[in-house]
Design a protein around this ligand. Structure first.
Ligand code: NI
Length: 420
């Protein structure tokens, strides 16, 4: 834990003052209320974001990123900085007036194992490492909000800033929860945000209930009896069993999941065999299952296992199903979702907030935080997703025009949540 000490103070009134901030944050003709102080930080946020972009680190390896975050937080004069939560995670506390509630604001910090192909002058310096999901922008926005909140402190209670490691596949959010995140920082609610290419800068989308899916995966080993391809009657062909299994698994969604529910069962890899004239002994199938509720999650798993075993047996083979539970669904609570949407509307206007967003079948480990506390995860427009500029693409780059919008959302959310 570090206590930077210095209590920065600027006019508190700035926190609640707005101006129409034109030109840098959106399409022609748009005007949005970005906090004055945040607009002042835009160039700094761009510099932070591009520094992080050029120096990406994978999950649980974000040591330089964490150090950068801690340095900035210390400069801003936040009250507490706690390092080393879930290895490279950082949690900071900013106190306002005495009493009041606590609110958690969370961003993710990790990059992806991709080699960047944008050709930008601040491209990744590391081959095979890239901020291709915009977590560099997420960190920069939360830092911008931290700076403003530490200056103005126009709220009652505490803002808890959660810089989470390892969102991509490694479940850093779950590790933070296991290491006592909410026992040490007992927030009343927690909020998350992700940029969304393909939606206009200055727009937000959210929904109550599940907004992202559970992300389970499976590996199925189909074992038979190989032999000469010219003598198939002397074999139990696992390739034929595997092919039939891929077909039969389509029946899980088509015939077991109720039509008004949503689920995905995708087989994504088949491997086995070495020669055109040899029937192999074994074949392996990989795939993923996406669901929004515990009931559908269990149903899909049960049906998948039954189909794999049954089809294999039909072909004189056996199936070994290794079903791996991934992230749970990300479930927004009702009150906090309405609140988050109204905060977004404060910044960009009600017409630019979609309160009935279509949930994504992607996954998000903020789900683990929402299992512990009420809260809401919102999607923020990041501009056109053309030219391959989509999440997890080597051509993607976070849109810097969105930085003051996201940071203003965080500040406004904290100030409203802690208004009384
Ligand atoms: Ni992401």
């Amino acid at each position: 834990m570090r206590r930077p000490g210095a209590f920065a103070s600027l006019a508190r009134l700035q926190a609640t003052a707005y101006q129409l901030f034109r030109g840098r944050c959106g399409a022609k003709g748009d005007s949005m209320a970005v906090l004055i102080r945040i607009a002042d930080f835009h160039d700094d946020m761009i510099a932070w974001r591009r520094h992080l972009h050029a120096n990406p680190e994978l999950g649980f390896e974000e040591t330089a990123t964490s150090a950068f975050v801690c340095e900035r937080l210390s400069e801003f004069g936040v009250d507490e900085v706690h390092e080393g939560i879930a290895k490279t995670g950082v949690v900071a506390v900013i106190r306002g007036r005495d009493g009041g509630r606590r609110v958690g604001l969370r961003c993710d910090m990790d990059a992806l194992p991709l080699t960047e192909q944008t050709g930008l002058d601040y491209s990744s310096k590391v081959t095979g490492r890239m901020h291709a999901c915009g977590h560099d922008g997420h960190v920069a926005m939360l830092l911008g909000a931290a700076r403003s909140l530490a200056e103005t402190r126009a709220f009652k209670g505490e803002v808890v800033l959660i810089f989470q490691p390892a969102e991509e596949n490694l479940g850093g959010g779950q590790v933070m929860v296991r290491e006592g995140l909410f026992e040490r920082f007992p927030v009343d609610a927690v909020f998350g945000l992700h940029n969304w290419p393909g939606a206009a800068v200055g727009s937000f989308a959210i929904c109550t209930g599940p907004i992202m899916a559970a992300t389970d995966s499976f590996v199925v080993g189909v074992r038979g009896q190989g032999g000469h391809a010219a003598l198939p009657h002397t074999t139990s062909d696992p390739l034929l069993a595997a092919a039939a299994t891929v077909q039969a698994l389509q029946a899980v969604v088509a015939r077991s999941v109720p039509p008004r529910e949503a689920a995905v069962v995708s087989v994504t890899r088949i491997s086995g065999g070495d020669a055109y004239n040899v029937i192999p002994d074994a074949v392996e199938l990989w795939g993923t299952v996406r669901t929004y509720t515990p009931e559908m999650r269990k149903l899909c798993r049960d049906r998948l296992e039954a189909i794999c075993n049954g089809v294999a047996e039909t072909h004189g083979c056996t199936a070994m199903v290794d079903y791996r539970r991934g992230y749970p669904p990300t479930v927004n609570s009702d009150v906090e979702t309405d609140f988050a949407a109204s905060v977004a509307a404060d910044i960009v206007g009600e017409s630019r907030v979609n309160r009935n967003a279509t949930p994504s079948m992607g996954g998000e480990d903020f789900a683990y935080l929402l299992e512990q506390r009420p809260g809401a995860y919102i999607l923020m427009g990041n501009g056109p997703g053309d030219g391959g500029r989509v999440l997890h693409s080597p051509f993607y780059d976070f849109n810097d025009e969105a930085l003051p919008i996201g940071a203003s959302y965080w500040v406004r959310l904290a100030e409203r949540f802690l208004a009384s």
